[in-house]
Design a protein around this ligand. Sequence first.
Ligand code: ARG
Length: 481
Amino acid sequence: MSARKSSNKPATKAKQANSMWGGRFAAGPAAIMTEINASIRFDKRLYRQDIAGSIAHCRMLVKQGLISAADGKKIIAGLETILREIEAGKLKIDLALEDIHMHVEARLKELIGEPAGRLHTARSRNDQVATDFRLWVRDAIDRIDAGLRDLQEKLLARAEEYAATVMPGFTHLQAAQPVTFGHHLLAYVEMVGRDRGRLKDARERLNESPLGAAALAGTSLPIDRESTARALGFRAPMANSLDAVSDRDYALEFLSAAAICAVHLSRLAEEIVIWTSAQFRFITLSDAFTTGSSIMPQKRNPDAAELVRGKVGRIIGDLNALLITMKGLPMTYGKDMQEDKEPTFDAVDNLELCIAATAGMIADLKANADRMHAAAGEGYTTATDLADWCVRKLNMPFRNAHHVAGRIVRLAEQQDKPLEALSLKEMQSVEPRITKEIFAVLGVDNSVKSRVSYGGTAPANVKKQIARWRKLLAKDGKHAR
Ligand code: ARG
């Protein structure tokens, strides 16, 4: 950055005013102006959407008699050539041409000459960029939704495998009650389901067309906004031209949904980090998802999980960046809004990576069922089962039962043994009506089996929930809309 000159001299080659809008300009911009103004380095990613939007716009102009069929043909053929060129990596970047919209138009002029100048009839870069960016975010939502669906499928497969695998359930990261690993994995299927729901809602509201709002006030030319909206897969044209060019809610909504989704992935990543630690040893990841240490030969680090956990920071930052960019903007378009793209691109790139890495780790992990089972019984996790038994069998008020179970736990703790190692006599010293039946509920397997209330952790419930999710996923097809 230090080498950058902040001189007010025009950029060497661009002495003349801009050919797109330079009518009233006598001289070109300062070099630093060109530099700060240009978005092509990042908005070139919109080329496909930009060309699709231009083709739809051109067809509409022909249909409305605003340009001739012959010119329309040349324009569309030219745009298709440009698409192929860019796809082949042949986009020539020129900062003086600012953005992808002007690059495409300038190249069109080189290819077909004068008719290129008719494409921008009844259009402005303001409605053009809003259209392109909506289309781009829509595509990103569809890709991310497909990735999340895949993640759900992977979670379901592992939940099925581990439907009856007992592990400790935690609150406050203290062993609380035994649960099944399948049930734990299904919790994430639910979270991801809500993430997909949020993306679907955002897509629904996003899916209106700004094209034809022109600079901000609409146009005096007889255009047909319905037809361009339809051609681009939008539900309808946006009803207010000012709103159409100034709205970035669709990016904000997407980023909000992305941030929440990233938080979910980060929580799962954190669990993977904990579970793979030598102290827990609940799961192992293969070499495919771990790395070694250059100094400590025994190490197997869960880097992928750590990076998923780490990337949530930038994704939340991306949301914040755009919220803050938008917060003080008066209607309608302001160049500030050019800052909408980089955070959105960054969030999409990184969220897609996180989703794929998470799906990979879920498919890769192996549960250490014996270790989980042993840990499930540590910390008197079946004390609630003991209390529930007193409620069920002795008709005790729960508060009293809680007290009885608490005293029995204290007895066991004093002798440093698990609950089931206490004798019946010892238990009866706390509550004489306790019978030997009590031992059936103290084991962790019976504990989880008994939790059949709706939403509970019993293996039978897990299997039912897996079947429910499979049905839902089959219904919403590969690309849920
Ligand atoms: N590159 C611009 C952006 O991303 C396109 C819109 C420019 N509009 C304008 N009035 N200068 O926002």
